[in-house]
Design a protein around this ligand. Structure first.
Ligand SMILES: Cc1cc2nc3c(=O)[nH]c(=O)nc-3n(C[C@H](O)[C@H](O)[C@H](O)COP(=O)(O)OP(=O)(O)OC[C@H]3O[C@@H](n4cnc5c(N)ncnc54)[C@H](O)[C@@H]3O)c2cc1C
Length: 320
């Protein structure tokens, strides 16, 4: 099928874009990477009267750090995050682990992170990570700017707090400290399918004990979720020595957190190849394994940190 006829606007500034989106007499859509919109228009499931192409707005492709915050402009493409160095510290490592699960390279070279927040597919990796890490979504309309916390932003499949006349200009994430270990594991039917279930984890470990846990659940409800009950159960638990996520005893804190996430936090929705019971089992297993991965990551990060301190001290000694 071909898209229904539409008008096409190519603003050069955010002000021009929000003026076009403010045209409430017409059904409008923003064109960012086009990796969801164009397909939906071809299938005529979406029939905009006006498409506002934001790709020529200077500055929207900027990725920058301001203090302790990463700001991801609306035109930063998924593929940018394939390098863990694109973003400082453990957040860069988490993004790099997650992004390779999004479709395939051509889609990652065009699709945008902000577009994923606008589209709000329950299986979006970015949206669950944003929810777990307390990201903020920056929205502009003709009246000005507002910011919505990811925890309040998602209302259901493809439904968000964004008003039709608002443009997402950026998504902002708090950076993660060096004492944080990260993990991301996804389960899907074939490489190019969306996730059946995926889990993101960030563990803060001080003196071998978990002081903060953040767990994001992908496609475990009608919207991205943060597994609050499972996180609470981990506080004060020992991160322990390296464990094999495939052979953890049932009583291990990570195995317990997996069961809590599956039964108390998640509200899975059945889909053709995964019923609710299957998804709950997958969530329990993936949470457990992702926590093992995050704990391993934290240990190796800690070892690198002390190696760097040690060689720094040696170099100082050499000068004496
Ligand atoms: C085969 C295939 C597999 C895929 N697999 C995955 C996957 O595994 N995980 C995943 O997360 N995604 C997946 N996607 C979707 C992909 O990540 C898209 O890039 C993303 O969902 C939308 O980003 P976009 O920039 O392409 O947005 P577009 O397609 O341009 O727009 C999508 C929607 O968001 C709105 N929008 C976009 N940007 C803005 C903005 N700045 N402000 C306001 N509204 C905006 C548009 O109006 C439109 O309604 C897949 C897509 C395909 C085709």
């Amino acid at each position: 099928m071909k898209p229904a006829a539409f008008d096409y606007a190519v603003p050069r500034t955010v002000a021009e874009a929000v003026e076009a989106l403010g045209d409430t007499g017409r059904k409008t859509q923003v064109l960012a990477g086009g990796q969801s919109l164009i397909l939906e228009m071809h299938l005529q499931r979406i029939r905009p009267e006006l498409v506002v192409d934001i790709n020529r707005i200077a500055g929207l492709d900027q990725l920058g750090v301001d203090g302790n915050t990463l700001r991801v402009g609306a035109l930063v493409r998924h593929g940018v995050f394939e390098s863990a160095q694109a973003v400082p510290g453990p957040l860069g490592a988490l993004f790099a682990r997650a992004v390779v699960n999004i479709a395939h390279p051509p889609i990652r070279s065009r699709g945008t992170m902000a577009g994923s927040f606008a589209w709000a597919h329950p299986a979006s990796e970015w949206c669950a990570i944003g929810t777990a890490l307390d990201a903020d979504i920056e929205l502009h309309d003709q009246a000005g700017r507002r910011t919505v916390a990811a925890g309040d932003y998602f209302h259901g499949p493809y439904r968000t707090a964004r008003r039709p006349q608002e443009l997402i200009t950026a998504v902002r994430f708090p950076l993660l400290g060096d004492d944080v270990g990260v993990g991301f594991i996804e389960h899907r039917r074939t490489h190019f399918c969306f996730a059946q279930v995926a889990v993101a984890a960030a563990l803060t470990v001080r003196d071998g004990v978990i002081s903060e846990a953040r767990i994001g659940l992908v496609n475990c409800a009608d919207r991205p979720l943060r597994a609050h009950a499972a996180e609470q159960a981990l506080i004060g638990a020992e991160a322990g020595t390296p464990v094999d996520g495939y052979r953890l005893p049932d009583g291990h804190p990570f195995a317990r957190a997996g069961r809590i996430a599956a039964t108390q936090d998640a509200a899975p929705v059945a889909e053709p190849y995964a019923d609710v019971e299957y998804k709950r089992q997958a969530i329990a297993v993936l949470v457990k394994r992702t926590l093992c991965q995050a704990a391993d990551d934290q240990r190796s990060r800690g070892a690198q940190h002390s190696d760097a301190q040690h060689s720094g001290a040696q170099r100082k000694g050499d000068h004496r």
